[in-house]
Design a protein around this ligand. Structure first.
Ligand SMILES: Cc1cc2nc3c(=O)[nH]c(=O)nc-3n(C[C@H](O)[C@H](O)[C@H](O)COP(=O)(O)OP(=O)(O)OC[C@H]3O[C@@H](n4cnc5c(N)ncnc54)[C@H](O)[C@@H]3O)c2cc1C
Length: 530
């Protein structure tokens, strides 16, 4: 079977790309590994999973009808609501007839002879397509910890990113959670409500700040609906596409009293304001960063009764905001509960998972259930799990060894007619805003090719080098690039990912879009067309 385009993945990216490519009259096939649509919001069913983005700033903006008919029930919607939303989108735009579920793409190989991509699924089925669009997600390749014995455990064990569809209860059980990143923080808070005993294994704490979620009554939803044009306009203007925007003042341009009052206000406000709406120098000035870190540390000390536990929960190896800030609802108070115990695995490393539980260097913990909140092989992980071979049989994995290089996160030299939605080095932030932009940019290139009877596009190597250099330059001076995190490409659980790289674009989204707009306006001179 020959398609015009094969899309890999049916999350927010894949669904929207399918919708837009149909407009070109294309024959499109979407292959999705899961048994349902929604991507992140299909897989991450763990208790407590919800948005960090304001719901109404996260949903698609492209359809007025959709905006008018969908009501978000909470400012930061829980996973089941977002999964329902994406299913609604799939139905509304009649997307399902082109989506093949339970279909994991194993390999994609460029055929120079007929200039098509040969696609192989895990079950051996094959097809061909002129264009290949990856919509595999920046956080979609779950990783288990590299601890001996993971397979040996005799009780229930779940990775948060592969959470089962059947109900999981914690009532009265001895539960262990490994990992205290954004996901762990959400899950721990929820599990602590019913677990008989919860042991949290923490390698390194994160700076967590209150989410301040609340329901959206119908009158407020009507108001939000009226405000959509303003909300999306704002998201287009801010650095990371959130409704929050960086404060133009420097930390030391205000008095100490003003500074503290501002931080109190941010700490008491919903969402990422304290991270994305703070003083402009917070992420580049060490002293400014030290002060905000001290402020947040003070909050943790106030909220956790046992001073020793409070100190364990305060990051010492990175400043506030230099890693992704988990948002929480009474997370710190969990550690005041008698049924919750915090173990630092820096102090007493986990030696192995045993058939009955977890053994650290200090002692054995017998548990009924283990939750692995150990995250993802981020950004390139979804690509690395597919054998993608371009011109001359060269693999993408090999091309990106030592750090990814792309043309605006969307294309790659040596890989003709390969397009990436949310590829490495694209703008991240409040992600759907960038997804919509990427998808439309790709649709426009394909329309441009069609209109001229062309069949093939590939970025020039110098254009890839220029963008990659720009990305590196944008990361210079940022305190976040001095810290191990998925944003600097480090994952202790993935072989070959122990060295920091520039894994993400840290310029602003408006700058990103300006670059991409210019390429299109100038007639795609950076691409070899044929
Ligand atoms: C728990 C969690 C919370 C998040 N919260 C926010 C938030 O509040 N705000 C925000 O902006 N972002 C958030 N994100 C990031 C989120 O991933 C993006 O917002 C968005 O969902 C990405 O959409 P996507 O379609 O690009 O990728 P995904 O949603 O990851 O979808 C990719 C799809 O591709 C499929 N796939 C991958 N490889 C293959 C293959 N080889 N064959 C077939 N199918 C394949 C996967 O099964 C998956 O369904 C969160 C992420 C997580 C994990």
């Amino acid at each position: 079977m020959i398609y015009d385009t094969v899309i890999i993945g049916a999350g927010i990216s894949g669904l929207y790309q399918l919708h837009r490519l149909r407009e070109l009259g294309q024959r499109v096939r979407v292959f999705e590994a899961g048994t349902g649509v929604g991507g992140t919001w299909y897989w991450n069913r763990y208790p407590g999973c919800r948005f960090d983005s304001e719901s109404y700033s996260y949903g698609y903006s492209f359809s007025q009808e959709l905006l008018e008919e969908w009501s978000w029930t909470e400012h930061f919607a829980p996973q089941p609501e977002t999964e329902r939303y994406l299913n609604h989108v799939a139905d509304k735009f009649d997307l399902r007839r082109d989506i093949q579920l339970r279909s994991r793409v194993k390999a994609a190989t460029w055929d120079e002879g007929d200039r098509t991509w040969g696609i192989t699924l895990e079950d051996g089925a094959r097809c061909r397509a002129r264009y290949l669009v990856t919509a595999v997600g920046p956080l979609s390749a779950p990783t288990l910890p590299r601890i001996p014995g993971v397979e040996a455990f005799g009780g229930e064990a779940y990775h948060t990113g592969l959470w089962p569809k059947h109900p999981v209860t914690f009532e009265g059980k001895r539960v262990a959670v490994i990992g205290t990143g954004a996901t762990g923080v959400q899950a721990i808070t929820e599990i602590a409500k019913t677990a008989g005993h919860l042991t949290v294994f923490q390698r390194r704490p994160n700076w967590c700040t209150p989410l301040h979620n609340r329901p959206i009554p119908s009158e407020e939803m009507a108001e939000i609906r009226r405000g959509y044009p303003e909300i999306f306009k704002r998201c287009q203007e801010t650095a990371a596409c959130f409704v929050h925007t960086i404060d133009p003042r420097g930390t030391f341009e205000v008095t100490e009293a003003e500074r503290l009052a501002f931080w109190e206000e941010l700490y008491a406000s919903p969402g990422f304001g304290i991270w994305q709406g703070n003083f402009r120098d917070m992420m580049i000035d060490r002293e400014a960063n030290r002060l905000i870190s001290e402020f947040v540390a003070g909050k943790i000390r106030q909220r956790v009764k046992d001073p020793k536990i409070a100190e364990l929960l305060i990051p010492k190896d990175h400043g506030f905001g230099t890693r992704r800030v988990p948002q929480e609802t009474h997370y710190y108070e969990v550690y005041n509960q008698p049924n919750v115990e915090l173990i630092s695995i820096l102090e007493t490393p986990i030696e192995r998972i045993t058939p009955t539980g977890i053994r650290t260097s200090a002692r054995a913990y017998t548990v009924d259930l283990i939750v692995y909140a150990t995250g993802f092989d981020a950004i390139t992980g979804g690509f690395d799990r597919i054998d993608i071979r371009g011109r001359g049989g060269r693999t993408l994995r090999d091309r990106w060894r030592g750090g990814p290089a792309t043309f605006m996160g969307v294309m790659m030299d040596g890989f003709p007619n390969l397009y990436m939605v949310m590829g490495p080095h694209t703008a991240l932030g409040n992600i759907p805003r960038s997804i919509e932009y990427n998808v439309e940019w790709i649709r426009d290139v394909l329309a441009y090719l069609d209109a001229r009877g062309l069949r093939c596009a590939e970025p020039r190597p110098e254009a890839v080098a220029e963008w990659t250099d720009f990305v590196k330059k944008k990361g210079e001076g940022l305190l976040s690039n001095e810290v191990d995190s998925w944003m600097t490409g480090v994952n202790q659980n993935v072989e070959g990912k122990q060295v920091r790289i520039v894994a993400r674009y840290s310029g602003t989204a408006p700058e990103y879009r300006a670059w991409c707009d210019r390429v299109a306006a100038d007639g795609y001179r950076e691409l070899v067309l044929g």
